[in-house]
Design a protein around this ligand. Structure first.
Ligand SMILES: C[S@@+](CC[C@H](N)C(=O)[O-])C[C@H]1O[C@@H](n2cnc3c(N)ncnc32)[C@H](O)[C@@H]1O
Length: 461
């Protein structure tokens, strides 16, 4: 077999966490956009593998990437990759000393770790890999130091195919790299919901909230708006990235800490259960601008020159909370009170209307180059890309699926505003080829199995 030798010094290896696979590439591309560099991702990328080789302009770019990424565990300077250990060792032997000496000289302490995916490597085998490296492949002249404080950490990484498949005896891919830096996985535990002051039934988990903030390209001093703010999880992540935050929610009781608690073992919400206190809990209170009780469908409440740098939204799907807006039809339902005792009438607010209003709002109030990031729930069997509305002021940047169960998923849509709205009205600029909710609302299809998908209904005929 001919072994291809390549200088790998501009290649880096990203070791992803095995979670939210569909968000990995969109997240790293978005972060690269924030810092203004390109990532070159090989065409043969295997979405099921946690190892991704990327070309980056410099080590600094890898560090910038890791300063925000939550889908990536660690970044490595890639020294070699191959389909077998034999080939990997050949490539390592051929590495120019000008690259390796800095890390292998007598003054540099080091350790070598072994990571694997879809197969556990026993201690004996791990030691054997390291011994072969040290005796036959690369002369390491420094002191071996197994602690994390050593000067350089190296790692073998072995891929045994996708999780859930039977691993073969030998890895299908092996990598060797110098560890550079870890991603922001510890933020997921820092912001975990169990320890948060104020949570609700639909609080967004911290990892997805961080991904959303990254997809929205939120930067220091940005002004970010969430029209369906709930308990503010998306805005906590945005504040973590330095944004000043504004939110609205139609639920007066929720924002004022009134009513039943969603926390296990606690009957009523406490007065201090507020979004401001959530920010305070993490030392982010200075990022709070305001949270208003308001209906997202009433965009006229905003002054025309209000410009947000990003808009993030997790609209109600009608499953765990009602989809409502202010209005008075026969089917009116209302549960929340306001401070003067007046109970505003509410009416149904369809998913299609919600998304249209969101796009119209963003076309008016988002800065050019600003990002709109929002979730839409779909029935997987019926979903088509043509279900995503298009607007002439926006470019679709990403559309990533999070599977919730075999029937339904939600898709995180990222749009970038590419031009300013001309004039006041923007109805004509919005196009929807195929309304996913036209025949049956998401809620009805979710709760009433007699509403079958178009495809399965026709196959039943
Ligand atoms: C899915 S939850 C958002 C959860 C939020 N991301 C969090 O982490 O807590 C949707 C929120 O939209 C609110 N909502 C529903 N209809 C609304 C409307 N017309 N205007 C503003 N907020 C609305 C609900 O009260 C609910 O809090």
């Amino acid at each position: 077999m001919v072994t291809k030798i390549k200088m790998e010094h501009s290649n880096f290896l990203l070791r992803f966490a095995h979670e939210h696979l569909n968000f990995r590439i969109p997240e790293i591309l978005s972060i690269a956009g924030i810092f203004g560099f390109n990532i070159n991702i090989g065409e043969e990328y295997d979405i099921k593998s946690p190892y991704l080789v990327v070309e980056l302009p410099s080590e600094l770019c890898a560090r910038q990437l890791m300063s925000r990424a939550v889908t990536v565990r660690s970044a490595y300077e890639l020294w070699a990759e191959d389909v077998s250990y034999h080939g990997l060792f050949e490539k390592l032997r051929c590495l120019p000393r000008s690259l390796t000496d800095r890390f292998t000289n007598a003054n540099a302490s080091y350790r070598v770790l072994v990571d694997s995916f879809n197969k556990q490597i026993c201690l004996h085998d791990r030691i054997a890999r390291v011994e072969t490296l040290l005796t036959d492949v690369l002369p390491f002249n420094g002191r071996m130091d197994l602690s994390a404080t050593c000067d350089n950490t190296f790692c073998f990484m072995e891929y045994y195919g996708p999780q859930g498949t039977v691993p073969s005896d030998n890895p299908s891919m092996v990598f060797f790299g110098r560890w550079l830096v870890d991603g922001q996985r510890e933020m997921v535990s820092k912001y975990q919901l169990q320890r948060r002051n104020f949570i609700g039934n639909t609080s967004m988990d911290p990892m997805l909230s961080m991904i959303i903030s990254n997809m929205a390209s939120v930067k220091d001093s940005d002004l970010v708006f969430d029209p369906f703010v709930g308990t503010g999880s998306l805005l906590v992540a945005c504040a973590h990235h330095g944004a000043y935050i504004v939110g609205t929610d139609i639920d007066y009781n929720l924002l004022l800490g009134i009513g039943k608690s969603s926390r296990a073992g606690q009957k009523w919400r406490k007065k201090d259960e507020t979004i401001f206190n959530n920010l305070q809990q993490y030392g982010l209170g200075c990022r709070y601008i305001d949270i208003l009780v308001a209906d997202a469908s009433q965009s006229h409440i905003w002054r025309p020159q209000m410009l947000f740098d990003a808009i993030v939204a997790d609209p109600p799907y009608g499953i765990r909370e009602p989809t409502q807006k202010l209005g008075s039809r026969k089917e009116t339902s209302s549960s929340s009170s306001s401070c003067d005792g007046h109970i505003p009438a509410k009416t149904a607010y369809s998913m299609t209307e919600i998304i249209f209003d969101l796009l119209h709002f963003a076309a008016k109030y988002l800065t050019v180059n600003g990002h709109l990031v929002y979730w839409i729930p779909v029935h997987r069997e019926d979903y088509k890309p043509s279900n995503i509305p298009q607007h002439e002021c926006f470019e679709l940047i990403a559309n990533s699926e999070q599977i919730l169960n075999s029937r339904i998923s939600r898709r995180l849509i990222t749009m970038k505003k590419v031009k300013q709205l001309d004039g006041e009205e923007n109805g004509d600029l919005l196009h929807l080829e195929d309304d996913h909710y036209a025949e049956v609302s998401f809620r009805d299809r979710y709760f009433r199995p007699q509403f079958k998908s178009k495809r399965s209904a026709s196959s039943d005929l």
